[in-house]
Ligand binder design. Sequence first.
Ligand code: 26V
Length: 790
Amino acid sequence: MPPKDFRDAIVTHLTYSLGKDPDHATVFDWRMALSFAVRDRIVDAWMASTRRTYAKDAKRVYYLSMEFLIGRLLEDGVINLGLEDEARRALEGFGLNFTDVVTDEPDAALGNGGLGRLAACFMESLSSLGCPAFGYGIRYEHGLFRQSFENGRQMEAPETWLQQPHPWEFERPEARFLLGFGGTATATGWTPAETVYAEAYDTPIVGWQGRWANTLRLWSGRAVDPFNLEKFNAGEFTAATEGEALARTISRVLYPEDSTEIGKALRIKQEYFFSAASVHDILRRFEAEHADLGLLPSKVAIQLNDTHPAIAGPELIRLLHDARGMDFDEAVRIAQGCLNYTNHTLLPEALESWDETLFGELLPRHLQIIDRVDAAHAKAHPKRKVSARGDGRVKMGELSFILANRVNGVSALHTGLMKTTVFKDLNSLHPEKIINETNGVTPRRWLHNCNPGLSALITDTIGDGWIGDLEQLEILVPHVDDAGWLERYAAVKTANKAALSDWVMDAHGLKLDPQAMFDVQIKRIHEYKRQHLNILETIALWQEMKDTPNADWTPRVKLFAGKAAPGYFFAKEIIHLINDAAAVINADKTTNDKLKVAFLPNYNVSMAERLIPASDLSEQISTAGKEASGTGNMKFALNGAPTVGTLDGANVEIRERVGAENFFLFGMTADEVEARRAIKNHAAKAVAADPRLKRAIDAVAKGVFSPGEKARYKGIVDNLTGPDYFLVTSDFTDYWRAQRDADAVFTDTAAWSKMAAMNTALSGWFSSDRTIRGYMADIWGAESLLEKDA
Ligand code: 26V
């Protein structure tokens, strides 16, 4: 496209879509104008994709997810369409800086963490691969809360991404479905007591090079009777709009819990709301083109992202049986032909189950259907009793498993553990159902866009084919032995670290030394992820630096970021401890030039894009067997930050690919963890065996970091020296050893750069393109509709 055309498009939108004169436009106005100009191009690709899917009568993939952690869309759109140079030049012509404009966009934080971000990466890869697909979710008015610290404690405030107009979505008032709750069920139907509309908002998601675009369809709650004139005329102004307020409550806010199952009525309503609306929409689209419902499994693949959309199964059966008169067993078979389920956690406290009374009150007909499905399953497999019902609860994992054609885990280790733990019995009945699809991340956002310096070096070295085919990074391997090339690689990291240091100074007033090792742990705060192991090691390191300040220490910057669920007390205490320890350590003149600690507030996707390219060391230190996969671990490896980590989740596969010599392994294996936990007083023994660990814990216990309130961390100390379920103390000694190994390599700049570059060169397999190809072939039976010659 000639540059002038794109420039004109921006000005046209500024003038006619925003009603602004270029002389008086704000950064916001320019950002909206640029977004609309980019969106126009995306829409062209989008319509072409839709037409092609219809013309080919292709099988469509439906990805149902309670969360899509998208972040910003503008820069992604610009770069995927190849419009970056034009956009930069156009904005510069108006005296604006491209980065200022694209970073004006608020993050769409419609997710908690890994599960939601995976869904967003998958949407991008589905489009990049030309797989006809829809994402279905909820258009939360408020995404994940905004985090701040007050005296080191986490504070939560509502997030307001929709306060400004959102340029990427199209409201579809014509795409609405009436959904029911409560009421009474009979053997053939359901009379709900309450109804609400689900209304669609569509966002086009464009793939690499703009060759394909799919739809992310998010549902919003609307009242059936939004305005009561009678009440209004009687002067009851608030009551007059009560119906609308209530209906909107359903899509008002994302639940911030990702650690414990919450069992709230509104949560189950949200789950039914978006799952049912999506199933209605899927059937409507199918029936517009096909008369024979028996064809459904050959035209429709539905992926349940965890159990949150599990109710889509019973809803599909209800629509086929109750509403369309299909035989019940046939309806179940059809549903099983379409549905698949991904499990993302083995933590028992995060596995969803619903109280049957609450469930039956809200979805009485669905409860009957589940019982009938369950009874049929029990009858077919009389030897082993596995049920989606029991102890007065509806178990969503079992339900999803029984109604799925394929069930998958998200890393090799996790999938293996699924077979031997949560789904042991079901797996023995259906040994072919469980398969593995190791997670991946989109290389466009997580390398090409967030790390332009490294992207340019790679492209300069091997051409740009890697952006759409990440395993080409392997071609870099021989260059790693070229000292000149390696220096260029290291220079990119140094520049990224300098840029991050400037930002940390500007935004948080903390001075970092870009020469120091940037050691980074960014993720949700959870006991199993063991941020407290990291801070204990930091404290021990500080103590030792104080002992011998003139020894040859490798300078470190310890960076933390992440949110704790508002109700997760222990996780909030960990945040508080890190902040308290940071205050004391950063104020210590004797160690100041060697050790700095910072907890950056309000972690989100955009912050990850800033931090990861500037990281030297990636902290992936969960208790083995607990992290299903991790995806941050892949982003760090790609961007040249070797891992210090346990044999957990996808760490195992990362180490296999980048090589054991390029990975700082420590800690017990999943099997060893189980054995260790069975030993009486394991924590007391571990503490007694390591004076360094004992001294660090003692400092916390004595109030070194909380002088005003010496017993502040009694909870953490008692846990660590008592039950220590996550084996922080047992893994400490080996973690310390691995950290010192990292120190030693870091002092040899060439050796470290080589290790970092090998991580980049050998982690191409962790592209979500590879993951999605796996789902397409092994689970969905879906095909790419990209024109091969393009
Ligand atoms: C859990 C729950 C529990 C019930 C209440 C609502 C709720 C909402 C979210 C979650 C999230 C837990 C599952 C999750 O995020 N798992 C993560 O999935 C990533 C993608 O597969 C994976 O990389 C992480 O290891 C895994 O922890």
